[in-house]
Unconditional design. Structure first.
Ligand code: UDP
Length: 324
């Protein structure tokens, strides 16, 4: 049995990662300040120790890293709404939080969760790993202030320094992960549209709705992470900066219509310019990963389509409602 630290383990993705670790009989330490995560995302389990604290708190970090064999570092601000409201904090949690974790944990192998947002605004449907992304490019996503994407860019630089010093580091760039337990509170499109359909309020599409994404199922994403962790090659430069995401592309217009039809909702669909909601910021027009490296490392990943993910979420929602 190994002991694994998951920072941000009470969050949406974190809780799926922790669940997998517990199911495979690992001992898990979670460090989470519950800023966006929730204690109720995780079970009570004899192999799980939850430390409520921030990655910015060195004492909490020191306590969390004691005796761990592996660190999965994903503590971060999430969602455009929160990130836009608190850019500096969003930047600091990634930059200073990652510094604190790396410094406190010696040479323990570490997986750093970056983001596909580091690719900036470049409108592309086949984004391949670029290990030399400039800060300017990452920051274009942030509206040219230091915020979420710049903070994750700093996380990557800290990762590169640790790699150069001989540490086992893997950096992953997730693409629009969705699924059970994703909160609607921070602006993500799928839980928002589903919540609005449930309550009959309008679905608000930003700009013309022809922007595209490839939404990635959190369960498939989690399985893929664990395959990567087991791959020796994935820890070796230059393989250790990896896009993780689906290839199924959908426009936000199609997504809204699919959810509305599936949920038989009366919610109208409305359009609003992106910069009315987020002044001085531009939306990413297309964000689809090139996953040749991922396929080389773990084989072809069988990503469900967004329609299949939404169908599954609706089944889960109904089962949960019936159980209450
Ligand atoms: N979006 C939208 N309406 C919403 C929330 C999001 O039209 O209520 C759009 C957003 O502009 C983006 C896409 O949906 O083009 C995905 O947004 P999300 O916040 O889920 O992830 P992002 O790709 O921005 O990281």
């Amino acid at each position: 049995m190994s002991k694994v630290l998951v920072t941000g383990g009470c969050g949406f993705i974190g809780s799926h990662i922790v669940e997998h670790l517990l199911n495979t009989n690992q001992e898990v330490v979670v460090l989470d300040d519950l800023s966006t995560g929730s204690r109720s995302n995780l079970p009570t389990h004899e192999n799980l120790n939850i430390i409520i604290g921030s990655v910015l708190d060195k004492e909490a970090v020191n306590e969390a890293v004691q005796g761990v064999d592996l660190i999965l570092h994903m503590a971060s601000y999430v969602g455009m709404k929160l990130v836009y409201k608190e850019p500096a904090q969003s930047y600091n949690v990634s930059k200073i939080g990652t510094e604190n974790i790396l410094k406190a944990s010696g040479d323990t192998p570490i997986l750093l969760f970056s983001t596909s947002a580091v690719y900036g605004l470049a409108a592309t449907t086949d984004i391949s790993e670029d290990n030399k992304i400039s800060l300017e490019r990452a920051q274009s996503y942030d509206g040219d202030v230091k915020s979420y994407s710049s903070g994750k860019w700093e996380l990557e630089q800290l990762g590169h320094q640790a790699i150069a010093a001989g540490r086992k580091v893997m950096i992953i760039r997730p693409f629009n992960v969705i699924g059970e337990r994703q909160s609607a509170a921070y602006g993500m499109v799928v839980p928002n549209f589903m919540k609005n359909c449930n309550t009959g309020i309008p679905l608000t599409i930003y700009d013309d709705g022809e922007q595209t994404r490839s939404f990635s199922c959190v369960k498939t994403f989690t399985k893929t992470i664990f395959k990567l962790l087991e791959s020796d090659d994935a820890w070796v430069s230059p393989n250790n900066i990896i896009n993780i995401g689906s290839h199924h592309i959908i426009s936000i217009n199609k997504l809204a219509h699919y959810i509305k039809t599936k949920m038989q909702a009366s919610s109208p669909i409305e359009y609003i310019p992106y910069d009315t909601i987020f002044p001085n910021k531009k939306d990413v027009r297309h964000r689809i990963p090139d996953t040749k490296l991922l396929t080389k490392l773990v084989g072809e990943v069988n990503w469900p389509t967004v329609e299949e993910i939404i169908d599954g979420l609706l089944v889960h929602e109904r089962a949960t409602a019936q159980a209450r």
